[in-house]
Design a protein around this ligand. Structure first.
Ligand SMILES: Cc1cc2nc3c(=O)[nH]c(=O)nc-3n(C[C@H](O)[C@H](O)[C@H](O)COP(=O)(O)OP(=O)(O)OC[C@H]3O[C@@H](n4cnc5c(N)ncnc54)[C@H](O)[C@@H]3O)c2cc1C
Length: 453
């Protein structure tokens, strides 16, 4: 079987690459190989009753399948070069932003219409943050919400399915360079193509490492972000979230001069489990539709940890910390802020008296037994700093869930076309280490499709 272009991975990177290719050149033969299921069949078996924890499915329906890792996410498309990846370093700031706006237009066309775009431009909160040693980063954010995000993906799939050959439940095992292109091997079958786009995201990080080794593509890796998810009554942050939806705020700690940042803010949202390679960490999302809103807002507070020689396995370090919380709590641990600063664990009685009602069933415990002191001290300092712009943040009943880990793929050496040293082999999205977000991953897909066209 011979294709003009083979795309590996049907996350936002792969989807937008396919979309751009077939929209612009109707004669092009394109195949997409995806380890997970098609969208309608993506279902995590954890129902909270019969199945309470991860049973290690062959492919994780939360992370894999059409729509990729973001399919059940909050669908926040941040249009900015300030965070979410370093695509602009390869393709220039203007082009990166233009492509993110283009992706936004497509999302609107495919069912996202009517959703709100928030912006930090001209906001009074910049000054308020600076007055309290906090920095608010610039961004526009489109909040599709978990519900609309799914609709957009459904519509994109309906558009693509007659124009592209999709192979679901088909994990690509090998890639080989041939005289005129590439061969990919999946389920024992070999498919050839002129150009190959790899877009395997975070779930494909270990596979990506192997392929880079086999094909002698240089990589670097040294970062992991570790922290907690904060949950508090939505009214405490509503002045910020009503105007900005998500505020990315950075704080430099006094004690160690480490940078702590807010990440993935979900007004009126839910805290959820996330399963990465069998390790349970925490995340959050929220719905567009008001009838699915909760009374709480959640966001992560993360500290970036960079390692220097000889240590190389930054993700392994993050996994070990997450494993420790799983060992103590059987999954995610929750602790009241008041208990943390008093040096005691949260238990069922203290949680029962807590005025903030948790949206995730987690084990009450002690995060100081899990997180390294330096990271925990930074988080506590930042909670007090946030309390100045959002009084009530440092309340005893603010909930902290741990741990939240943001794993980074190793960064693959690519040229300005996002092409590897092998001509016609491109790596995009989070799997390349260049992007860490829906908008950057999608934009990288459009960009490479245009290079190929
Ligand atoms: C719970 C959650 C919430 C999130 N919320 C947001 C948010 O609101 N905003 C935001 O910007 N980002 C968010 N993110 C991050 C965002 O989802 C990712 O940045 C984005 O999905 C990256 O897109 P991608 O196409 O590079 O990779 P992915 O979306 O990870 O897709 C890669 C796909 O490749 C497949 N694959 C892997 N290896 C192979 C192989 N060998 N063969 C075949 N297929 C393979 C996988 O099954 C997967 O479907 C969230 C992530 C999670 C987990």
């Amino acid at each position: 079987m011979k294709y003009d272009v083979v795309i590996i991975g049907a996350g936002p990177g792969g989807i937008f690459a396919a979309y751009e290719l077939v929209k612009e050149d109707k004669g092009l033969k394109v195949a997409v190989f995806e380890a997970g299921n098609e969208l309608s069949k993506r279902k995590c078996p954890i129902d909270g009753n019969k199945i309470k924890s991860c049973i290690g499915c062959k492919t994780c329906s939360i992370m894999s399948g059409f729509g990729g890792a973001g399919a059940f996410s909050d669908g926040k498309y941040n249009i900015t070069n300030d965070f979410g990846g370093t695509l602009y370093q390869y393709i220039g700031e203007k082009q990166a932003l233009d492509l993110m706006h283009y992706v936004d237009q497509i999302n609107m066309q495919f069912g996202g219409e009517g959703t709100k775009m928030y912006s930090t431009a001209g906001t009074k909160f910049k000054k308020l943050c600076l007055q309290h040693e906090l920095k608010l980063l610039d961004a526009s954010v489109r909040h599709l919400g978990t519900d609309k995000n799914y609709t957009v993906l459904e519509n994109l799939y309906n558009f693509l399915k007659d124009r592209v050959d999709f192979f679901f439940n088909t994990h690509v095992d090998h890639i080989r360079k041939t005289e005129n292109g590439y061969e990919v091997e999946a389920n024992g079958q070999v498919y050839s193509c002129d150009k190959c786009i790899i877009s395997v995201g975070r779930s494909g990080s270990k596979w990506m490492e192997r392929i880079c080794k086999e094909m002698k593509i240089p990589t670097t890796s040294n970062r992991v972000d570790i922290g907690v998810r904060v949950e508090l009554p939505a009214v405490i942050f509503s002045h910020l979230t009503d105007e900005l939806y998500e505020s990315k705020i950075v704080y430099q700690t006094k004690q160690f001069e480490d940078r702590v940042r807010t990440f993935c803010m979900n007004p009126y949202g839910e805290v959820v489990n996330e399963n990465t390679n069998g390790i349970i960490t925490v995340n959050g999302h929220s719905y567009e539709s008001a009838d699915k809103h909760t009374d709480n807002t959640n966001f992560a507070l993360l500290v970036a940890k960079h390692f220097s020689e000889p240590f190389k396995d930054s993700n392994g370090y993050g996994e070990s910390i997450a494993r420790l919380s799983n060992m103590l709590g059987g999954g995610v641990i929750v602790q009241r802020f008041g208990d943390l600063i008093r040096g005691r664990r949260s238990n069922h009685d203290r949680m029962a008296n807590c005025t903030t009602r948790p949206t995730l069933k987690a084990t009450p415990g002690d995060l100081s037994l899990v997180l390294p002191k330096r990271i925990l001290d930074g988080i506590i300092e930042m909670i007090y700093a946030l309390d100045k712009i959002a009084p009530g943040t440092a309340n005893d009943d603010t909930l902290l869930y741990g741990v939240e880990v943001k794993f980074y793929n190793m960064e693959v050496k690519l040229d300005e076309n996002l092409q590897t040293k092998h001509e016609g082999l491109y790596i995009i999205g989070d799997g390349s280490g260049v992007t860490h977000s829906l908008s950057h991953a999608s934009a990288s897909g459009v960009y490479v499709a245009r290079q190929i066209l």
